[in-house]
Design a protein around this ligand. Sequence first.
Ligand code: GLU
Length: 312
Amino acid sequence: MDLSQIVEEIVAAMRDADDRGTVANYIPELAGIDPAQFGIAIVMADGRMIAGGDADTGFSIQSISKVFALTLALGKVGDQLWERVGREPSGNAFNSIVQLEQEKGVPRNPFINAGAIVVADVNLGGHQPRVAIGEMLRFIRYLAEDDGIAINEAVAASETATGFRNIALANYMRAFGTVRHAADLVLGTYIHQCAIEMSCRQLALAGRYLMLDGMHPAGGRVIPPARARRINALMLTCGHYDASGDFAFRVGIPGKSGVGGGILAIVPGRASIAAWSPGLNANGNSQLGTRALEELARRTGWSVFSPTEGDA
Ligand code: GLU
């Protein structure tokens, strides 16, 4: 099977797709992005890169940053993190507040907004947001081996001016003690990590440690193998909000989406994949990104549920 051929065909099919979803408009700076774009990049375990479409165009990684933030927070406090955030799918929208009251301010998982705000609180660790953000940026640059990765300040400013739901979530959790810093400091961290801009190529490179059981391809270990497996498990069960079950059913590999239209997907031992198209489906996940990954998994046979995991 020729993977480049498959990628070319997927890119062509996505270029011609009619139903491209709707670009997120609750963050004003994202609302103007052209929905006609689609990109995909696949890094194989042997280092091969296969990319197509708008794979070099930068986009706002938004909630995909929650994967890197979780990795950093687990490095800081280890399993103590699980006293402040759960590990169950939420079945609710990404920015929902309803479960928090019933569950005493402990968010369901680190990939919904409430959980990611707790993770940002941990990463803040008594410092100013710029210290935590600097650490996050250095970490992502090290993972992707690319010092050009940066924050889009206009996106951060736009979300700072309009992110009232996230401010409410942070303040609400502060009342329970799951968030410990002032809301503006925690959100300063969270919003800037979401505003990091990357291309599909850069994102697929940054995800390699999750394909390689925690190793950095350039040598050395990023995280222990058990932690890499658990992050992948959370991506599979919680990476697509209330559509996580559907993504697992249709695609069958761990993935984390963001409202910028990106998805990072991991085939353990085989591939780190980034797909991007800005139009979202009703659950806030990339419409064409999901379709492309479904098609890719079907044609390669890649699946965490397959005994052979395909032969690509
Ligand atoms: N910054 C976005 C928010 O908090 C992230 C949501 C997402 O990407 O799903 O609303």
